[in-house]
Design a protein around this ligand. Structure first.
Ligand SMILES: [Zn+2]
Ligand SMILES: [Zn+2]
Length: 295
């Protein structure tokens, strides 16, 4: 299996001289199975440069898995160039939105409203298919099995586990580990804590044993208290998740948009020095636009 990062930035695209090493595009990750089937995790602005490379291998079938409907994870979809060329297929997978009562087709139709984008879906020459997924129910995508797992974010967010030929990768999308909203002296604390423990156990179980975990690592431990409840993880929570699930390689991603390359590297170094007894064999890396990892 091969992983390539096309967008590693959270919230908003952040190009410029201070982000040139790690990249400014928002979330998009290309996965290739051993049979070279194409799976794309999220469609942030990084999907635009990815789509330009796909022109060399048309006709293509792109299996896009959307973690959730926040802009930084979908805003590249209208600019996915193969959509404009006959013979290509975009198969868009994602969850049901309980707020709108609509399936994953919503993330495309909202963006293609005529006030916001000049080309209507009916005018696109490629084929676009929609597959609305349910948590915990695996689907077959070519030779890979994809299992969506409900994570913790202000909107429905699916983490995706992809298993293929004995290899596996899990991507969280945006995720803040569930925590107790009560104080320990409050009446509801104990009951809520067992709910939190159960949720965290289910999440660790869904990730258990993967070769590669790509996790939302937006904040430092120092920044987190002011951002609690926004739905994002920290270096410490991502490392803990990787250790609990026994993964081989952790990629920290969804970098905070104001963080420069130098600040990102020093925040990462600090987080590594602050962690407790490091788990034997866990390889922890910063996701960087353009990097490829094969396993
Ligand atoms: Zn995000
Ligand atoms: Zn989000």
């Amino acid at each position: 299996m091969k992983v390539r990062f096309w967008g590693v930035r959270g919230s908003i695209a952040s190009p410029g001289p201070h982000t040139v090493r790690y990249g400014g595009n928002t979330t998009c990750i290309e996965i290739r199975t051993d049979n070279n089937e194409l799976i794309i995790l999220d469609a942030g602005t990084g999907i635009f440069p990815l789509s330009q490379t796909l022109l060399a291998e048309m006709p293509i079938t792109a299996n896009v898995l959307i973690t959730h409907s926040h802009w930084d994870h979908i805003q590249g979809l209208p600019f996915f160039i193969p959509n404009f060329i006959p013979g290509n297929t975009l198969r868009l997978h994602g969850g049901f939105d309980p707020v709108s009562g609509k399936g994953i087709e919503q993330v495309m139709s909202v963006q293609l409203q005529y006030s916001y984008f000049p080309v209507r879906e009916e005018e696109m020459k490629g084929r676009i298919e929609y597959v609305t997924l349910s948590p915990g129910e695996p689907v077959q995508v070519g030779s890979a099995t994809v299992t969506p797992c409900l994570l913790n974010h202000p909107v429905v967010d699916f983490g995706y586990r992809i298993d293929c030929n004995g290899k596996s990768v899990f991507f969280t999308g945006d995720h803040e580990p569930p925590y107790n909203i009560y104080d320990p002296q409050d009446e509801g604390y104990a009951a809520y804590q067992s709910l939190v423990d159960e949720k965290n156990r289910a999440i660790v179980g869904a990730i258990r044993g993967v070769d590669v975990l790509i996790a939302d690592t937006s904040y430092t431990a120092e920044e987190y208290p002011a951002k609690k409840g926004w739905g994002h993880g920290t270096f410490a929570t991502s490392i803990e998740l990787a250790q609990q699930a026994g993964v081989q390689v952790l990629f920290c991603t969804h970098h905070e948009p104001t963080r420069s390359d130098d600040a990102l590297e020093s925040a990462f170094a600090k987080a590594l020095s602050q962690r407790g007894a490091p788990q034997q064999g866990l390889d922890i890396r910063l996701a960087r636009e353009g990097d490829t990892y094969e396993f």
